[in-house]
Design a protein around this ligand. Structure first.
Ligand code: LRH
Length: 490
């Protein structure tokens, strides 16, 4: 097919990629132009992102895109909450912190002393996570860096700035900062003021689909793309892009965007800012077209990747395929863990932490690597199921199918366990939902596809490989495991 091609640069916690999407009548063909690792670096000041390496990865991806024939536009998304600070000359001040850095431990209490947590929820609608931008800023209070800073840019906005020279805050990602009003859908000047954050620090908002500028001359020269190449604002929060690409055919769906995190929930028209939603740990982040992503962060495949990383560091077998085969054969429910236990958040020895969790809760730790992997996947499946059920209860919505998108959709055991735990069919795929969401928003902005959100979803359903898992398993055993979890409403 010949048709317009768009480039989606998608930055994940462990790798970045530039994906090209070619649109034709009822066609969307994807190719991966470039993939690069994202390796956080620990410095004396804590755990940081190597944002220069990420920028270089984006540049190399765009260079590959130019060689492959060029693009109509470029879009950038990434993980939420983390930011870089620019000085009055527009230069980056230091290296952005990683959200898994421990420095925010005390910060939430400082914020709650000024804005009680119930009130903060009524304004921002965010699940309490210790690393939300507002808490990171509280922990940086009084630092030379923050005092000098003139502009805060979330990581994808920083990448857009380095491509184009423009400054803006994309709205879906701004909604994850704890400084964004979920009802008015603008920065909360009141919160910023009360928390001593200079209003000028937060740049003007941009919406998905709006232009974000064109390539700076040195970017054009390096990549080989024309300087007139537009950079289009996409839903720059990766989860918002992933939800936009959920291949739902009707309204009665829940989603799990499953990668480093599992983000499980519903798409709504308006936020739910009740105490019940707050105590159940639900977030109200902004989606595309003014939708609300009513979801909960679940620790996700981080538990597994960090387990494999620990094994690799010890010289133990750590290939995912064989471990998943062992897990599929392992005894069900050897131990039941709460994936959201706070001790699982920072990087480190995950097998030891899981064993300690089991001992603390009177369980025998999993005895083989396969059993350990199964324990992790069952815990995620239980959390997916429970979150979908709670979301339905809190909103009065029906859920007939769970769409599991993102890298986790390639994990057949996790998909089947999720279907079993939820007692609902799971439709798995696409694996690159986030990049597809970015491509769809760009294609729509440039007139390559129509406006209708459900038509975009049908295009994904019609063009991407999907796999359906019917619920099975032993209902009584799942119910008993759910009762054992200690998985609590935070
Ligand atoms: C997933 C994600 C998630 C955020 C987390 C920091 O990549 O963006 O939605 O909560 O990273």
């Amino acid at each position: 097919v010949r048709g317009p091609v768009f480039a989606a640069a998608d930055l994940g916690a462990t790798s970045g990629r530039v994906i090209l999407g070619r649109f034709g009548p009822d066609r969307l063909d994807l190719t991966e132009a470039h993939r690069f690792p994202n390796i956080p670096v620990r410095l004396p000041g804590g755990l940081h992102w190597d944002v220069l390496a990420l920028h270089q990865g984006v540049l190399d991806g765009l260079r590959a895109a130019a060689r492959a024939g060029g693009v109509t536009s470029v879009g950038i998304d990434g993980w939420a909450v983390d930011y870089g600070l620019l000085d009055a000359d527009g230069r980056l001040l230091g290296n952005p912190h990683h959200y898994r850095d421990e420095r925010t431990e005390q910060a939430a209490e400082q914020v709650f002393a000024v804005v009680p947590r119930e009130e903060l929820y009524r304004i921002t609608g965010l699940q309490h996570l210790p690393f939300t931008t507002v808490f990171q800023l509280a922990s940086a209070r009084g630092s030379a860096q923050l005092d000098t800073a003139r502009t805060l840019l979330l990581v994808p906005d920083l990448m857009v700035h380095w491509l184009t020279g423009t400054v803006g805050a994309e709205a879906t990602n701004a909604s994850t900062t704890g400084l964004f009003d979920a009802t008015t859908r603008t920065w909360s000047a009141g919160l910023a003021d009360r928390l001593g954050i200079r209003p000028g620090l937060l740049p003007p908002l941009r919406l998905p689909g709006e232009p974000a500028g064109t390539l700076l001359p040195h970017v054009a020269a390096y990549t080989g793309l024309p300087p007139s190449t537009p950079v289009t604002t996409v839903a720059s929060h990766d989860t918002a892009s992933a939800v936009a690409a959920v291949p739902a055919r009707g309204p009665d769906f829940a989603y799990v965007s499953c990668g480093t995190w599992s983000l499980a929930g519903l798409e709504l028209d308006a936020p739910v800012l009740t105490e019940a939603a707050r105590t159940a740990g639900f977030t109200n982040e902004l989606g595309t077209d003014g939708t609300v992503r009513f979801l909960r962060n679940i620790m996700g495949l981080w538990l597994l990747t960090e387990t494999l990383g620990t094994r690799a560091a010890r010289g133990l077998p750590h290939a995912l395929g064989p471990l998943l085969d062992e897990a599929a054969r392992a005894r069900p429910f050897a131990a039941v863990i709460d994936p959201d236990a706070p001790e699982f958040l920072p990087p480190g020895d995950m097998p030891a932490r899981i064993a300690a969790f089991c001992e603390r809760t009177g369980q025998t730790p999993p005895e083989s690597p396969g059993s350990l992997v199964r324990t992790i996947l069952e815990a995620l499946a239980l959390a997916h199921a429970r979150t979908v059920r709670r979301a339905a209860e809190l909103t009065g919505r029906d859920v007939a199918v769970v769409h599991l998108v993102g890298g986790g959709s390639r994990n057949a055991l996790l998909c089947q366990l999720t279907a079993d735990a939820a007692g609902l069919p799971v439709v798995a795929g696409p694996g690159e939902a986030t990049a597809i969401g970015s491509l769809l928003i760009q294609a729509r902005a440039h007139g390559a596809v129509g406006d209708d959100r459900s038509a975009l979803r049908r295009l994904v359903a019609a063009t991407q490989p999907l796999r359906r898992y019917e619920p099975g398993g032993d209902r009584r055993a799942w119910a008993a495991a759910a009762a054992r979890t200690g998985q609590h409403d935070p």
